[in-house]
Design a protein around this ligand. Structure first.
Ligand SMILES: *Cc1c(COP(=O)(O)O)cnc(C)c1O
Length: 381
């Protein structure tokens, strides 16, 4: 697929030629674990489905095209994708990460990999100099998220990549691009080396599948990740790959609508007398609005806010909405509400990076914005 095609076209066609065997326009679900060989060691590119599967290959090629990378790798979950990336390191290596990290990433760093001899440090990602001061001689990865979760802070990926420089020995810049999606920002174009995703969220888009992805932009990393993906084996099944591929086709349309609904809700919350503060990358109040507008195509679908009255009030709001479903996760067509300190971010307890227990996080879906506004109005009322 020509890289010069525009994003919306790639989202529908990249990696997805009509099936050469039958002409099927949609990628078939190749529900097979193995492939007939015509002679010993002679096959048509597929030997065993942990190593490769045609449905997964279509998804991986689509992911690589959307992130403007060289190679994509699909995994059984976002955590499996991050796990494969961490496996690039060895004992004694150091990862420097942004402090308001996805809770599960913090947990795998601290509760899984620290005991294997990896070292971790955290810094606020909003000030590149403050972050880079913590780089050590053994720092092999700088792990970024932008916007961050759940405070929706913006990390200046390009400035960090520029300052880290281009020597071969410099740390790899890893960006978890789950919140923004490649439609809003393409970290590899900004200088990152590795992009990870939970495709469970916006890429899948319908809350009906779990998946993860890694996209890289050079041959060396592609080779090592292909090895790790096959050696560790946390691969998705063909049905799950099909669902993510189907979700990706509408990603641009969905993201535009998520952002439009989110902007209306932000406006409503900013004007509401019982709301203390609102967090949204493109809102006038956001301290990094200019950077967000430079780095992202729109502000996305995630909104956080703190009501006046603290934790109790926040809980009541989360339990009183009717259209916003009280649930973890994000990025689906349906709107969700949650209290990160008690739900998605429990594993950060004791870290020093705990989330304000009164913070409410919204994943704004694609329902009518009027219904969403009425729902919030009654819950805040
Ligand atoms: C959900 C999520 C993950 C983990 O993905 P799973 O698919 O749940 O394993 C990683 N990073 C971010 C930013 C996420 O939102």
């Amino acid at each position: 697929m020509k890289q010069s095609l525009r994003f919306e076209t790639l989202a529908i066609h990249a990696g997805q030629e009509p099936d050469p065997a039958t002409g099927a326009v949609m990628t078939p679900i190749y529900q097979t674990s193995t492939y007939k060989q015509s002679a010993v060691g002679e096959h048509r590119g597929f030997e065993y489905s942990r190593t490769g599967n045609p449905t997964r290959k279509a998804l991986e090629d689509a992911l690589a095209a959307l992130e403007a990378g060289q190679a994509g790798f699909a995994f059984a979950s976002g955590m499996a994708a991050s796990d494969a990336v961490i496996h690039l390191l060895r004992p004694g290596d150091h990862i420097l990460a942004v402090s308001d990290l996805y809770g599960g990433t913090y947990r795998i760093f601290e509760q899984v990999y620290r005991q294997y001899g990896l070292e971790f440090d955290y810094a606020k990602g909003t000030d590149p100099d403050e972050l880079l001061e913590k780089v050590r001689p053994n720092t092999r990865m700088i792990w970024l998220e932008s916007p961050t979760n759940p405070l929706l802070r913006i990390v200046d990926i390009k400035t960090i990549a520029d300052e880290v420089g281009s020597e071969r020995s410099r740390p790899w810049i890893v960006v978890d691009n789950t919140f923004a999606t490649p439609y809003l920002q393409q970290p590899l174009q900004l200088g990152a080396d590795i992009v990870v995703h939970s495709t469970t969220k916006y890429l899948g888009g319908h809350s009906d599948v779990l998946g993860g992805a890694v996209v890289v932009k050079n041959d060396e990393l592609a080779g090592r990740l292909a090895f790790l993906q096959n050696a560790i084996g946390a691969v998705p099944g063909p049905m799950d790959c099909f669902l993510v591929l189907r979700g990706i086709k509408t990603l641009p349309v969905r993201m535009d609508r998520h952002a439009r609904n989110a902007e209306r809700i932000v406006q409503f919350l900013l004007e509401h007398p019982t709301v203390d503060s609102v967090f949204y990358p493109f809102s006038d109040q956001h301290p990094q609005r200019a950077l967000a507008m430079q780095q992202m195509r729109n502000g996305g679908g995630m909104v956080s806010f703190i009501p006046k009255g603290g934790e109790e009030v926040a809980r009541k709001i989360a339990e009183q909405t009717k259209i916003f479903t009280l649930a973890e996760s994000l990025g689906g067509v349906e709107s969700l509400i949650e209290i990160p300190a008690r739900m998605t971010h429990v594993s950060t307890a004791g870290s020093g990076f705990e989330v304000d227990p009164a913070l409410v996080r919204l994943s704004v879906g694609l329902e009518s914005e009027l219904d969403l506004l009425e729902d919030l109005k009654q819950a805040l009322g």
